[in-house]
Design a protein around this ligand. Structure first.
Ligand SMILES: Cc1cc2nc3c(=O)[nH]c(=O)nc-3n(C[C@H](O)[C@H](O)[C@H](O)COP(=O)(O)O)c2cc1C
Length: 187
């Protein structure tokens, strides 16, 4: 093994999420999209996630203020739009208009979700933790949307058919194939 001269946060792959937020209450013209890869799960019951955004970024300010966001999982065919959203800022560019993504109004929070995403979570911020240059938002998932095309006959979620987009080590990735089920080695 080589020990790198500088420690690096090499956790990969990560999902690519399109996080949505709304700057002004009930004003859909202030909807924004920010692609984020520093995203994770922090609790099972109640379901909770975390997202990490650079301090001072437009969406960091909006989410700090409004305390809610949509977390929409991106797919491989969205890669170019995802990349473009990561190069511009919501206070200058309407990213829904720029990408042509369809707005799907959330049911429990005042935010637009993205209809084209196979999974969208409605999230309410419960805690924020500032670190050096970023802010961690810890949020409860209050509603989960899954595109019905990916729900099987017995209600199972067919994630292997979603073609989810991933990020790692400075590049985009796609998943290979589903292997065994979790804990398949249990006797
Ligand atoms: C695939 C991808 C992943 C990204 N992940 C993060 C992230 O986890 N945290 C972050 O602060 N910025 C991340 N960015 C950069 C932001 O998306 C970018 O700074 C964006 O322009 C901020 O938008 P806003 O100004 O509308 O808030 C990522 C960009 C891309 C394309």
């Amino acid at each position: 093994m080589t020990v790198l001269s500088k420690a690096k946060e090499l956790v990969l792959p990560l999902p690519v999420a399109l996080v949505t937020c709304r700057a002004k209450e009930k004003d859909t013209s202030t909807d924004n999209i920010v692609p984020l890869a520093w995203v994770g799960i922090v609790e099972y019951s109640p379901p909770m996630v975390d997202i990490v955004i650079g301090k001072g970024k437009y969406s960091e300010r909006v989410i700090s203020n409004r305390k809610e966001f949509g977390l929409c999982i991106a797919t491989v065919d969205m890669m170019e739009k995802v990349d473009r959203c990561g190069l511009v800022h919501g206070d200058k560019v309407d990213k829904f208009k720029m990408t042509g993504f369809t707005k799907l109004e959330a049911t429990k929070i005042d935010v637009s979700l993205i209809k084209e995403c196979p999974i969208s979570l409605e999230c309410i911020v419960k805690d924020t933790i500032p670190v050096e240059t970023h802010k961690i938002f810890i949020a409860e998932v209050v509603c989960t949307h899954v595109d019905e095309r990916f729900i099987g006959e017995s209600g199972e979620i067919k994630a292997e058919e979603m073609n989810i987009l991933c990020y790692g080590n400075g590049s985009y990735w796609m998943l290979g194939k589903k292997l065994e089920k979790l804990f398949y080695t249990k006797e």
